[in-house]
Design a protein around this ligand. Sequence first.
Ligand SMILES: *[C@@H]1O[C@H](CO)[C@@H](O)[C@H](O)[C@H]1NC(C)=O
Ligand SMILES: *[C@@H]1O[C@H](CO)[C@@H](O)[C@H](O)[C@H]1NC(C)=O
Ligand SMILES: *[C@@H]1O[C@H](CO)[C@@H](O)[C@H](O)[C@H]1NC(C)=O
Ligand SMILES: *[C@@H]1O[C@H](CO)[C@@H](O)[C@H](O)[C@H]1NC(C)=O
Ligand SMILES: *[C@@H]1O[C@H](CO)[C@@H](O)[C@H](O)[C@H]1NC(C)=O
Ligand SMILES: *[C@@H]1O[C@H](CO)[C@@H](O)[C@H](O)[C@H]1NC(C)=O
Length: 416
Amino acid sequence: MHVILYILLGLMAGSALAASDPPSCSTSKSCPKEYPCCSEGTCGTGTYCLGGCDPRMSYSLDACTPKAVGQNRTFSWPNLDNAALNTKYLGNASESDWEYSGSPKLKDGNIILTMPKNSVGTLVSSTHYMWYGKIAADVKSSRGKGVVTGFILMSDVKDEIDFEWVGSDLENVQTNFYFQGITNYRIDEILTAHLKFPDTNGDKLSTSDNTYSSWHHYEINWTPQAIKWSVDGTVKRTLTKKSTWNATANRYEYPQTPSRMQLSLWPAGRASNAQGTIDWAGGEIDWNAADIRDHGYYSATFANITMECYEPPAGSGDGHRSYAYLDKKGLESSVLVTNNNTVLPDMGHTGLNMGTGNSSSSSSSGSDSGDGPSTTSTSSKSGSTEFVQYANNAPGQVPQNVWLAAVVLLFSMIIS
Ligand SMILES: *[C@@H]1O[C@H](CO)[C@@H](O)[C@H](O)[C@H]1NC(C)=O
Ligand SMILES: *[C@@H]1O[C@H](CO)[C@@H](O)[C@H](O)[C@H]1NC(C)=O
Ligand SMILES: *[C@@H]1O[C@H](CO)[C@@H](O)[C@H](O)[C@H]1NC(C)=O
Ligand SMILES: *[C@@H]1O[C@H](CO)[C@@H](O)[C@H](O)[C@H]1NC(C)=O
Ligand SMILES: *[C@@H]1O[C@H](CO)[C@@H](O)[C@H](O)[C@H]1NC(C)=O
Ligand SMILES: *[C@@H]1O[C@H](CO)[C@@H](O)[C@H](O)[C@H]1NC(C)=O
């Protein structure tokens, strides 16, 4: 959950601020046509229509771009060429396996997420989505109170399956899940309670030793029937779909929609966060700790990251390239596998006017790359596709980052 805020902060980074009010969005208020895509409560175009665009709150179901279908992969990091800055990524998953904010680094072929002093850390998201399957990685978590490392699955309607390492407790890894971002605690409890676990869906798993100094292998196996969290090859927690039935809502409150893999390192113990979050994270961050003094940042390292995608549920369409939503319920039955394009020509465009770029969802086969008409994508590599150009294209309208700033400000006011 907490990762969301840092996606916002990441989006803001590197963009200058200007003034005005953002159209906001929620399940009861969809975005207007000019800014049709809802990401984290704010409407916009471009980046807003890509990963994280919530079809339930957007102008229409096709405002958000379709999302690239994943493949069975082991990700290696010879360099960072396969990772695009999140403010530049336009949806071509053949070109970039990952999009990121913050400062990822490489060492010995592994990816290191860093969090320099007073920063909001690093977030790396796969550009491919998985609709049931298995993700795994060898991880050395970060350490220190307030410092949280994450390895999660997150869908565009905010279904979420988590591993989280709290830097003040290196003998355990925490697991959690959310259905459409619904938390099982009341807002007043977050603000006032000093809870070890702010959410009743959470569960702590013990590791045999220190998660910072020792590598451990973590795996999430997600099927339509159950989620299993494993550490070093042993299943330590199982959640069945059956157990999540909510008779009042008449639905399974179980993660069930295509999800991205996300790696994160973030400052849960930042002084401006809610007290409940700071307490959960073991206290306020020490920005003068040994890791900061010796290296200039806190860090977490990921190796051997894999994604294995299961066959989609029966009757979900005969496409193989991209996922689209058919209705706003955000359930398994709302998703269709299509062959539609996933790439925007530039940041001013949206799912409503993306053209027929028809990208390949594959980054390893290469066989179907670039086989479609690409007339709309010629401007996408020019480097002039950021918010500034968007503002020029739409005179009198507001760059999205301003709204992001407002949302983040509002959010930090609410939680602090
Ligand atoms: C990936 O592996 C799974 C088995 O774990 C298999 O069912 C599936 O067909 C594979 N997907 C692709 C795209 O090869
Ligand atoms: C079940 O759904 C109802 C209606 O949406 C909701 O108020 C309630 O909190 C849910 N129950 C649980 C245990 O999540
Ligand atoms: C990654 O996998 C390789 C091959 O199985 C293994 O030799 C190596 O130790 C693993 N790396 C880590 C950091 O566990
Ligand atoms: C796929 O693209 C076609 C052509 O642009 C469009 O008519 C259709 O609605 C799209 N399908 C989905 C499920 O978004
Ligand atoms: C993209 O190409 C595939 C086949 O290559 C086709 O089935 C699909 O309809 C195309 N989508 C659009 C939106 O043109
Ligand atoms: C996506 O990237 C691949 C690899 O660089 C390229 O061949 C293809 O034309 C791109 N597709 C679009 C629609 O831009």
